[in-house]
Design a protein around this ligand. Structure first.
Ligand code: FES
Length: 170
């Protein structure tokens, strides 16, 4: 009987050699690729290391508006600043709305003469002047420096605590 197939058959040793060459080439390419990826990763990380990892925060000194925007007896929360401007007959002050326990944002308590601020996280309460009335808060709410600039706007400097709790007379 005659073999009708046209396929050429290689001797067994030659076929094994080709398979080994293919496998060797593949492993070599894999190694080169892994090495290249490692070098690229190291270069990228070195580049990130050289660039300072800085977060830029907004200024803690900010205008809140003209004084006549704050009528006598008003308490005005400044949106996005965690500060409330309180205007009384004898002056204006700015009080922090950040709880001194773990930093939650306080909610002003409206229509209550005793509790000025309440913390939604763990229940601390503060007087309208910021003194601790109850809860785990360790200290009173800080007052910030307030001054009037030469255009008549009130400016809060939240980087400076008003230790003596003095009001700006306007
Ligand atoms: S964060 Fe306000 S009581 Fe805990």
């Amino acid at each position: 009987m005659q073999n009708s197939s046209n396929a050429t058959t290689l001797p067994m040793d030659a076929a094994d050699g080709m398979v080994n060459e293919d496998r060797r080439g593949f492993v070599k390419k894999l190694g080169v690729t892994a090495l290249a990826l490692g070098v690229v990763g190291a270069v990228v990380e070195c580049g990130r290391f050289l660039k300072p990892n800085v977060l830029y925060e907004p200024s803690r000194v900010f205008k809140v508006g003209e004084v006549n925007q704050f009528p006598f007896g008003s308490r005005t929360v400044i949106e996005g600043k965690a500060v409330e401007i309180v205007r009384e007959k004898d002056g204006v002050y700015a009080i922090s709305l950040v709880c001194t326990h773990l930093g939650c944002l306080l909610k002003p308590v409206l229509n209550d003469q005793e509790i000025g601020y309440s913390c939604p996280c763990h229940g601390s309460n503060f007087s309208p002047k910021g003194d601790v009335l109850g809860g785990p808060a360790p200290r009173a709410l800080p007052w910030y420096d307030v001054y009037m600039d030469n255009t008549g706007n009130l400016v809060v400097d939240a980087s400076k605590e008003n230790q003596k709790r003095t009001k700006l007379v306007v």
